[in-house]
Design a protein around this ligand. Structure first.
Ligand code: BGC
Length: 570
């Protein structure tokens, strides 16, 4: 191994006031699938409260709750009917307040999902728009347009919905005749707002205040790159199915106008005490384009999807890490690292199979049936190695529930149980994202859907998405008792990350390696090293000892698909 000159010292910390989001580890709670306290087979807020001590002991700094607002649940809460209330399935405003307070009592932070691109079709504004005339103020809050063709029978442009099929639906006017069309980048039950309308902007300022007044620490901004559409809603340059993960230039993604909105939001966030923040979900490329969302006067963090979509391999990961660090350095924002979320195939399967989207056939040409035949041992080894790699990098981390249990994607949910709108809207071509959203197993035994539900009578099939028969082996309770479990790996790594002096700064620099592995240090004196191996192994350099490893290492030889953190002994 040869040492090379420092490549990156991403920021001078002394120049930047320390903000909690710069290196926080945030745990994403997919509320429907986390913990069910009222026994109906659906996760809820009280369930989250009952598991806060687990999260505290895991060592995360913050939690992010996916949408908890009243919703007809066409897209599991991402179709919001009222942005200032709680869905009765999940609790009440009082229980939400209890959660916020309980989180803070434990010294943790809480951010909530905000969904500004669209509402539910059951939102009172959309209902009013349907009842009103073309050209009315009610219609102007959404994107209503006349259709093309002699009788307006063709959609206003050629945009496709992310979930499949056209992004336009035609309505019946009050007189019973077919009339205007409205735009929905997602499901027809998710009409897009018109962000050129000041009333929409004012409404969201009010929504942000509503929750900031209740003491949330921040927001995860859903589809942050989609709010503003290109002037005149022009045709797309191509028409082909366009998934959420696809970030090519498109008239409804990443228009410059979105940044003005976030500048306004930032001012509001900064006007509150206690370091309030927002993180954007913006599927844009390259990382230098993502960086625009986190300029000093915009949002705090943006999810690093470049890293999430990088394939398991030295070159692709190194390229992504370099581009991510360089992109954020341009604007002085912290880099974020994400391996999974509720929209992508779980990392255990993904790094083994080289696919990212649930649209397996379309994106990788891997027939769905083959996806099941994978090398499980290697898959877990890679997921463990990826976790330690991610947790050794400088910046903030977002974990997705179940990642710390090494949950695999559930590939065989019976089609009649699939819930994701993608299944229907793709004409049954894509199974959708349900496989990464199956309720968590908390206990080894099957009662109460492996402890997901307080209702001991509830079977694993009765949970809102059915759990596989062997789900109990991944249960948190089981993993507590096994020293080498994924849960212990995450917990130990999070503890070291928080306490080891090498992690105190954002210093990062590559060290050359001749064995196809990635090697970097997090301390100027190189007393700390992280080594990630791929197809070949690597030898532990002299005078270093292992602090933590993703595999058990008996000799000085690090096996393939392994990450180790090393500390110099002398
Ligand atoms: C969320 C998805 C959701 C979509 C529409 C996203 O990017 O993460 O789960 O379906 O926005 O709101």
């Amino acid at each position: 191994m040869r040492l090379s000159p420092a490549m990156t010292d991403i920021e001078s910390e002394s120049a930047t006031e320390k903000r909690w989001w710069m290196n926080a580890v945030t745990y994403q709670i997919y509320i429907r699938s986390f913990a069910d306290a009222n026994g109906d087979g659906i996760g809820d807020i009280q369930g989250i409260i009952s598991r806060l001590d687990y999260l505290k002991s895991l060592g995360v700094d913050a939690i992010w709750i996916t949408p908890w607002y009243p919703s007809p649940q066409h897209d599991n809460g991402y179709d919001v009917a009222d942005f200032m209330d709680i869905d009765p399935e999940y609790g009440t405003l009082e229980i939400a307040q209890e959660l916020i307070d309980e989180v803070h009592r434990r010294g943790l932070r809480i951010i909530i999902d905000i969904v500004p691109n669209h509402s539910s079709n059951e939102h009172q504004w959309f209902q009013a728009a349907l009842a009103a005339e073309p050209g009315s103020v009610e219609r102007d809050r959404y994107l209503f347009r006349d259709g093309k063709g002699v009788n307006g029978e063709e959609p206003p442009n050629n945009w496709d919905s992310v979930f499949g099929g056209p992004a336009w639906t035609r309505i019946r006017e009050k007189n019973g005749e077919l009339g205007q069309w409205y735009c929905h980048i997602f499901a027809p039950e998710q009409p897009d707002f018109n962000w050129q309308n000041p009333e929409v902007r004012d409404h969201f300022m009010q929504v942000l205040r509503f929750w900031l007044d209740r003491n949330v620490d921040g927001f995860r901004v859903d589809v942050a790159h989609g709010l503003v559409k290109a002037e005149g809603l022009p045709d797309a340059p191509f028409q082909e199915h366009f998934g959420l993960l696809d970030s090519r230039d498109f008239p409804y993604w990443d228009q410059d106008g979105v940044h003005e909105i976030y500048r306004e939001w930032r001012k509001l966030l900064d006007s509150y005490p206690g370091q309030r923040m927002a993180v954007s979900e913006a599927w844009v490329n390259p990382p230098s384009r993502s960086a625009l969302y986190v300029r000093p006067d915009e949002l705090a963090n943006t999810f690093n999807f470049d890293f999430l979509t990088a394939k398991w391999g030295r070159d692709s990961l190194q390229k992504s890490i370099d581009a991510s660090i360089a992109g954020m350095a341009e604007v002085g924002a912290p880099v974020t690292w994400v391996l999974s979320n509720h929209d992508v195939v779980r990392v255990v399967n993904r790094h083994e199979m080289d696919f990212i989207s649930h649209d397996v056939e379309a994106l990788s040409g891997v027939p769905f049936a083959q996806v099941r035949q994978f090398d499980a041992e290697r898959a877990i080894a890679r997921a463990r190695a990826a976790a330690l790699l991610m947790l050794a990098l400088p910046g903030a981390v977002f974990l997705y529930q179940g990642e710390e249990l090494g949950l695999p994607e559930v590939l065989d949910i019976p089609v009649e149980r699939l819930q994701d709108p993608i299944w229907e809207m793709s004409g049954n071509k894509e199974r959708g994202r349900d496989g990464c959203r199956v309720p968590l197993p908390w206990r080894a035994t099957e009662g109460g859907a492996f402890g997901f539900s307080s209702n001991g009578e509830l079977t694993r099939e009765e949970a809102w998405l059915p759990q596989p028969q062997d789900w109990g082996q991944f249960a948190a309770e089981v993993q507590e008792t096994l020293g080498h479990s994924m849960l212990h790996l995450y917990r130990n790594a999070l503890r070291i990350r928080k306490t080891a002096p090498s992690f105190a700064s954002s210093y990062f620099h590559w060290i050359d390696s001749s064995n196809g592995s990635l090697v970097f240090t997090r301390s100027q004196d190189e007393s700390f090293l992280c080594i990630v191996t791929f197809e070949e192994g690597e030898t532990i350099p002299p005078q270093y000892e292992i602090v933590i490893g993703s595999q058990k290492i008996d000799s000085q030889r690090i096996p393939p698909n392994t990450t180790v953190w090393l500390q110099r002994t002398a």
